[in-house]
Design a protein around this ligand. Structure first.
Ligand code: IPD
Ligand code: CA
Ligand code: CA
Length: 274
């Protein structure tokens, strides 16, 4: 017996990843145009928490993305930050962060991403991260490598922690994480080349994938922050886990460590040491 109508099963089985990727790139570029346009005007900001912001552009971009993706792939559903954050991942679920880096966007900084991934039967199979204010579009199809603006990208080959450039981020619930963050910075800053905090986890993961950073670590991210970036890093030859290297990163994990793979175990030990 089919648990869903037969025509839905056919559609789910028949995902043509390349055709969907072509449509997806068009949609994420359109999202980027909305961000670029809004960046020239005064942003209308609402507070979700003390430092957690949402702008009218986050909402408008998410609505556009959901409408267009529904037409591109009927029978898919959505896990999206601003309107459907509690959706359980199903057969075919789009995972959407309409604007990753909203605080940057609100302050006129260019480190802003549109991030969309497609979950199909237990795996991320497609991912795109668009950086509209920087003119960079990252994409990956499972098993087929990662690209930036259509050209193949790969993680670095750096093996020395001392020469490694890392990135991190700070959760909005900063009081819950402050001591751990300070401990990590105290441990790592004297050992590595530097640590950046651009303010967009999607950008951070894309930059690991294209070899600008050797590694990235952060606590308390959500699926929409990481879904597309996960696939980019894996397809670029990098490695992802929780801070504990042997623990696979899953949605719901409280930490993420993404590296070129070579420095992964050493960085994990430094993050996990007391
Ligand atoms: C945030 C960014 C930031 C990270 C935060 C995220 P948002 O997402 O990715 O870099 O440090 O933890 O919540 O709110 O700009 O979509
Ligand atoms: Ca985000
Ligand atoms: Ca967001």
């Amino acid at each position: 017996m089919f648990s869903r109508p037969f025509f839905v099963e056919v559609a789910v089985n028949a995902v043509d990843e390349h055709a969907v990727m072509v449509g997806l790139k068009g949609i994420v570029l359109r999202a980027g145009d909305m961000v670029k346009d809004a960046a020239t005007r005064t942003r209308k900001i609402t507070h979700k928490g003390r430092v957690d912001l949402v702008t009218e552009t986050d909402i408008a971009v998410e609505n556009m993305i959901k409408g267009e993706l529904s037409r591109l792939l009927p029978d898919s559903d959505f896990l999206a930050e601003e309107s459907s954050k509690d959706t359980k991942l199903g057969e075919l679920t789009w995972i959407v962060d309409p604007i990753d880096g909203t605080t940057n966007f609100a302050h006129g900084l260019p480190f802003v991403a549109n991030s969309i991934a497609l979950w199909h039967r237990g795996r991320i199979v497609l991912g795109v991260i668009n950086l509209p204010l920087l003119g960079e579009l990252f994409s990956a199809v499972e098993g087929q490598g990662a690209q930036m603006n259509g050209k193949p990208i790969s993680a670095t080959k750096e093996s020395s922690i001392e020469k490694s450039l890392l990135a991190t981020g700070f959760p909005y619930a900063i009081d819950d994480h402050l001591e751990t963050i300070l401990k990590h910075l105290r441990t790592l800053l004297p050992l590595v080349q530097g640590i950046r905090r651009p303010g967009s986890a999607a950008l951070d993961l894309a930059y690991v994938a294209c070899g600008r950073y050797d590694g990235f670590f952060e606590s308390a991210l959500n699926p929409w922050d990481t879904a597309a970036g996960l696939l980019l890093v894996k397809e670029a030859g990098g490695r992802i886990s929780e801070f504990e290297a042997e623990t696979p990163y899953e949605f719901g994990s409280t930490s993420i460590l993404a590296t070129n793979g070579i420095i992964h175990d050493e960085l994990s030990q430094l993050l996990c040491c007391d």
